[in-house]
Design a protein around this ligand. Structure first.
Ligand SMILES: [Zn+2]
Length: 507
């Protein structure tokens, strides 16, 4: 994800200093009370999701049937499978956004709610016992006889997703209907199932690379942007009063699936090597430039880290209140960004996430800096490699340093003591500025510092080796540090630790 305030500060540098003070103070005042208070065929052990989804535009509901072929890759016998139900973050009574984002999030000016109702669960074709946690974030499905290591089972879920009128990952605004994180996704199993909480700041996601077959039925008036490759199954099928069509989306080796519908979409495409780069947009006189930036980003990061391995990437302008959001093969770019330069910056950031989050995963709830820090640093690398954009790498680092210093100064004035640690979960950051500065800004400065410890040749070898080692897998803070130490033959552990634990003073 990329919050607009963040990239604005890098773009506008010095002028931003005064305004950031005002924004930080405003956010602190506003937020603090709240914050305090298809599968067959593959022999690989990879989960497969086969989802059939029918969207009703009038009621803004998505009726789904979902079959999951789940592989037990752990060393333990499992008696249940747990799924993360992000859709319930929009339940009435839960605050999906902080007050600071209220106006950008709710197009009607009024709060709106949504959620997911699970109506049935079957295991191996038989009705199974299931429960949803009190906070609504976790669905547990009981297995009849347990599941031994290396065994697989089939779970069938039926559910309805109700969309809130909110410009968010999941919800609808005036131009697009976003279906990010709409379905129950299996929690990663470590010592047990990792059950992330909801969070207003940051992306509370963690999942395994899987295969997806998603068949979406929707009114024909909409254009569909999605992860994976699309095949039209049928068009102009009458369902109720509307003509519907059905599209099958197949996405392999991805850790999530997202789609967006809009009546307003225009689509332009270009190639980045073998990759089809699509830009879905409305009201954009700079559409060709944004498509070109997308192509350059895919080419630059493929060169720097490792080839983007999928056939397509879709950059999707959308109703979204947080600047941008990453999904495999698809990124959301907010339609309310300040200018074309900012829009490009967000495109680059979100596309860098295809490598850091998409291909190399990590628990974004517990260690957000691992993907956000590296993604933000990669964005600076893009500008270093593409001088025609006129954003100097050193200036980006200097602006980040100034911004971070400002944050520490302001927070020291307000709170006395500033927690600068990065190894916190999303709920442990008291405010959004604290989260943004400690994960994005400081994360970027951390990688700049690591680079200064070695030759550029060695540093880029570290990035490539890390990508290569964890492509299609999940990494962690410890794994990243270990990989960098191994490739560089330098003991970087103390330096990483000093940054992560908040002991490095940024001057
Ligand atoms: Zn991000």
């Amino acid at each position: 994800m990329l919050l607009e305030k963040l990239k604005t500060k890098f773009l506008h540098g010095i002028n931003f200093k005064l305004s950031v003070c005002a924004v930080l103070l405003a956010i602190v005042c506003l937020c603090l009370p709240l914050v305090l208070a298809g599968c067959g065929g593959t022999a690989e052990a990879k989960n497969c999701y086969d989802i059939s989804a029918v969207f009703d535009d009038e009621s803004k509901t998505l009726v789904c049937t979902q079959e999951v072929k789940y592989f037990n890759t752990s060393e333990n016998k499992l008696n249940e499978i747990c799924f993360f139900l992000y859709a319930n973050t929009f339940n009435e009574g839960k605050k999906a956004v902080t007050n600071a984002y209220f106006d950008r999030a709710f197009p009607s000016g009024e709060e709106s709610y949504g959620g997911i109702e699970i109506s049935s669960a079957k295991v191996g074709g038989k009705d199974a016992e299931f429960s949803v946690s009190e906070t609504g974030n976790i669905l547990s499905v009981k297995l009849f006889d347990g599941l031994f290591p290396d065994e697989s089972t089939e779970i069938e879920l039926e559910y309805v997703v109700r969309l809130a009128n909110i410009r968010h990952r999941l919800g609808y605004g005036n131009s697009t209907i976003n279906f990010g994180n709409f379905f129950p996704i299996a929690c990663v199993y470590e010592d047990g199932f990792v059950k992330n909480d909801f969070a207003q700041n940051g992306d509370p996601f963690y999942s395994e690379v899987s295969n997806f077959e998603v068949e979406i039925t929707y009114p024909s008036k909409f254009i569909l942007a999605s992860s994976g490759e699309q095949t039209e199954v049928s068009s102009k099928k009458n369902m109720g009063s509307e003509q519907n069509k059905t599209t099958l989306c197949q996405a392999e080796n991805v850790r999530d699936f997202c789609f967006v519908l809009s009546e307003k979409f225009e689509k332009i495409s270009a190639s980045a090597g073998d990759v089809e780069v699509n830009y879905y947009f409305y009201d954009d006189e700079n559409a060709q430039e944004h498509l070109l930036t997308s192509v350059k980003a895919i080419e630059t990061f493929s060169e720097l880290f490792g080839q983007y391995p999928y056939s397509q990437i879709s950059v999707v302008k959308s109703d979204f209140c947080f600047g941008g959001m990453e999904y495999p093969n698809l990124v959301l770019i907010a339609d309310d960004l300040a200018d074309a330069e900012t829009f490009d910056y967000v495109i680059v950031h979100e596309l860098a996430h295809q490598w850091w989050y998409g291909l190399v995963g990590n628990n974004e709830f517990t260690n957000a800096w691992v993907d956000e820090g590296l993604t933000e640093y990669s964005t600076a690398l893009f500008y270093e490699q593409n001088a025609e954009y006129g954003l100097d790498y050193d200036v980006i680092m200097q602006n980040a340093t100034d911004t971070y210093r400002n944050f520490v100064k302001i927070y020291a004035n307000i709170f006395g003591k500033v927690d600068e640690s990065m190894n916190r979960n999303l709920l442990q950051y008291k405010t959004e500025p604290e989260y943004v500065n400690c994960t994005y800004t400081k994360g970027m400065l951390l990688f700049d510092n690591i680079r200064s410890m070695m030759s550029d040749r060695k540093f880029f070898k570290c990035l490539k080796a890390y990508f290569n080692e964890y492509e299609y897998k999940n990494s962690s803070a410890a794994a990243l540090v270990e990989s960098f130490c191994k490739t560089s033959h330098i003991n970087l552990q103390p330096l990483f630790s000093a940054w992560i634990e908040g002991k490095v003073k940024i001057n």
